[in-house]
Design a protein. Structure first.
Length: 732
């Protein structure tokens, strides 16, 4: 009789028949490990490495070394299986039958996790229904495993799969360029023959995801009511009003801007891939103080002594921890953003004091913070009188998503509803992109405060007049419903994705200048070199804009949504669209602080007391508020306020579809939300059913310390007069 592998998953297996050789215990337990190894590969390693493999900047931000990445691969492919197997072996103290029962339980659990991931990808089920599907999948898979030897045999044949997943991640995915040996000689990191005789301090601030239209009112002017520091900067610098980015993703846009070349290939933004940048150009003669929050473009030989400290949460530990957070989102039964490059995965900053409401005139705060927005406090502290000629460089993820900051510097909680899209796209629902754009404008005020503090710091150190100051953004962002693209340029959104603010203050400049030349961000390196009187010793695609005449004859704009794929957009009509502005078309800037929160068809209700508007006796139904308990313990002095109020409406019979929901805090209306449907996690399509989600951002000034009262109302405009119909509020 042929030797058949033992069946470790059957807890009730009968002992060997009389005269039959006993099952080899060692072989049976080895089969058990291989089965666990295979299942861990499919349920944990493959989905996690697939997501992380597409995001090399996840590892760059955490300063993960090659060894850290290799250890992560071992941790997700081998460690879970080994741990489970050791637990199984420990169960032998209770007998072989207990070990086999525990093994079957582990197999079923891993199959349940795999069923959840597959169900989340292929079905619209979420929450309890998805968990039920996963449980059924685990139970059915466990029964098949226990009853059919062929299932166990195939599972053992699949044992090499985790090794294949690891090799694809390490050798084929975009992360492979961070793991494989670097090509080229380190001599290429030197820029020969460039010396600067002048002692001009150079300060460059590279903001992230900021279209110029976000700063402008409907007359094409920087809205001083919302962004006083940008307006002040424009008042004594050259504003290049026709400046455009060259790519919509940070890992391509920042290197292209600092190199002066259009992005040609998809490689990680590291010094080995981009040996020629503004950082290396000035590194010969300047003390370089780089604060790079995503890229690693500063060469060690010129930046090692002065480089900003790595984030406190850097290296193996945060890489493992945040990878676990990514996996948690993969297997979470609700829709979540699984993109690890999003700023939601950035390590949490240390608690910072609430910024001054004046918008930037306060003195720089102490250093020591390593993230948003506190990361720039360390940058401010690095600017010191008496320094050798220095190049102060800051790239910061402001006002980049996720949008968490209010105009007075307080932070609000993560918003689970109303983000508006997945996979960098927007759904056809009009309200979520509108709400997101409001939140973007609110967070742009944090960038405005940064600009004010940098200018104040330079002046306090006696460096402002003599400095060359550059303030711009790496790319823009679009907010158009029913489009896939947020940062990928298409004809409909080019005005929002390409056109970005750019201000250059020359040493000694005190008067404002407006310049409408055809600037593209590859022009930055040759322009700065020209202003400093040096040459660029490598080929650039850009031209210097420092001269008296426009170096370009054409008006078209070049953009690369994907490296190496050239797109061309007409300049004048898109610039005209960008300069239609948005601030006073979306918000009410002339109404003071409450104007930030007044938008939409019922904007006039925001700031009114509910009793003044009029509350009807008839109920509008009920509503579930997400995290209702958090409103009972509020401390505005902590710098955090639960200003986002979101939830699901249960309207009373007869209520028309898509009613507006007024959100009141302590008796004052703080926001009015349209109702909408949420998109599915497997794309930007919408589920069936009525639009019952709501979300609004309320003024933090309405909250008091301790317990706060949240009330919800349906807005009833029937009869020509707006009235409020109360909703019964419950927690969710």
């Amino acid at each position: 009789m042929a030797d058949v592998p033992a069946d470790p998953g059957i807890a009730t297996a009968a002992p060997a028949a009389a005269g039959e050789a006993p099952r080899p215990a060692g072989r049976e337990r080895l089969w058990a490990f291989l089965e666990l190894f295979a299942l861990v590969g499919f349920a944990i390693a493959q989905p996690l490495l697939d997501v992380l493999g597409k995001a090399p900047d996840f590892f760059l931000f955490r300063r993960a070394s090659r060894a850290d990445i290799l250890l992560l691969v071992l941790a997700v492919t081998v460690l879970p299986a080994v741990c489970l197997w050791l637990v199984e072996l420990a169960a032998l103290a209770g007998g072989e039958r207990l070990r086999r029962a525990l093994h079957l339980l582990m197999v079923g659990g891993l199959l349940a996790a795999l069923s959840l991931e597959v169900g989340k990808k292929l079905t619209p089920l979420r929450g309890v229904r998805l968990l039920a599907l996963a449980a059924l999948g685990g139970l059915a898979g466990g029964l098949l495993y226990a009853k059919w030897p062929a299932v166990r045999l195939w599972l053992r044949y699949l044992a090499p799969a985790p090794v294949v997943f690891a090799l694809i991640f390490l050798l084929v995915s975009p992360v492979s360029k961070l793991v494989l040996p670097e090509s080229g000689s380190s001599a290429n990191l030197n820029v020969p023959g460039v010396r600067i005789a002048a002692h001009t301090p150079v300060v460059m601030i590279l903001l992230d995801e900021l279209p110029v239209t976000s700063l402008l009112d409907s007359k094409g002017r920087i809205d001083r009511r919302l962004y006083p520091n940008f307006a002040n900067l424009a008042g004594h610098s050259t504003w290049f009003r026709n400046a455009t980015a060259v790519s919509g993703l940070t890992q391509w846009a920042v290197p292209a801007t600092l190199e002066g070349r259009f992005p040609a290939k998809d490689v990680p933004p590291t010094i080995s891939q981009y040996p020629d940048t503004l950082l290396t150009l000035l590194g010969k003669s300047y003390q370089v103080k780089p604060f790079e929050i995503v890229t690693q473009l500063c060469p060690p030989h010129s930046c090692a002594a002065t480089a900003a400290p790595a984030p406190a949460d850097a290296g193996l530990e945060p890489t493992l921890r945040d990878s676990a957070r990514v996996y948690k989102r993969i297997v979470w039964p609700q829709d979540t953003d699984e993109n690890p490059t999003g700023a939601w995965l950035n390590p949490a900053p240390a608690a910072a004091p609430a910024p001054a409401a004046s918008g930037g005139s306060s003195a720089a705060r102490p250093g020591g913070y390593r993230n948003l927005p506190g990361y720039y406090y360390s940058f401010l502290d690095s600017i010191r009188a008496g320094d050798a000629p220095s190049f102060y460089f800051l790239h910061i993820l402001l006002p980049h998503q996720p949008w968490h900051y209010l105009p007075d510097g307080r932070k609000y909680q993560e918003v689970q509803r109303g983000e508006g899209g997945r996979n960098n796209g927007w759904t056809s629902e009009p309200y979520p992109p509108l709400l997101t754009r409001q939140r973007h404008l609110l967070q742009t005020a944090e960038a405005d405060r940064l600009i004010g503090q940098v200018i104040a710091r330079l002046k306090s150190q006696g460096l402002y007049d003599k400095s060359l100051l550059v303030v711009t953004a790496d790319h823009g962002m679009s907010f158009i419903p029913n489009t896939f693209a947020r940062r990928r340029a298409v004809p409909a959104n080019a005005d929002q994705v390409l056109w970005v603010p750019l201000f250059i203050k020359r040493p000694g400049q005190t008067a404002a200048q407006a310049n409408d030349r055809n600037w593209e961000h590859v022009d930055l390196v040759p322009t700065i070199a020209d202003l400093l009187g040096i040459r660029v010793p490598w080929r650039v695609d850009g031209v210097s804009q420092a001269g008296a005449t426009d170096p370009r004859t054409g008006s078209d704009k070049v953009f690369y949504s994907i490296p190496g794929v050239r797109q061309v957009f007409p300049g004048p009509p898109n610039q005209a669209k960008a300069f239609k502005g948005i601030t006073d078309r979306l918000l009410r800037p002339d109404h003071g602080y409450v104007g930030w929160f007044q938008f939409g068809r019922y904007a006039d209700l925001v700031g009114e007391r509910t009793g003044q508007v009029g509350v009807e006796a008839a109920s509008g139904g009920g509503a579930t508020v997400d995290g209702l308990d958090q409103y009972q313990q509020v401390d505005p002095g902590s710098g955090k306020v639960p200003a986002a109020v979101t939830g699901v409406l249960q309207p009373a019979p007869g209520v028309p579809q898509r009613p507006a929901v007024a959100i009141a805090v302590n008796g004052v209306i703080g926001a009015v939300s349209e109702t909408f449907r949420e998109r599915l996690s497997n794309g930007n399509s919408l589920p069936e059913g009525p639009p019952v989600n709501f979300a609004g951002i309320t003024p933090d000034t309405l909250f008091g310390k301790g317990a706060n009262r949240i009330e919800l109302f349906l807005v009833d405009p029937s009869g020509g007069r707006v009235r409020l119909r109360p909703l019964t509020v419950s927690g969710g």
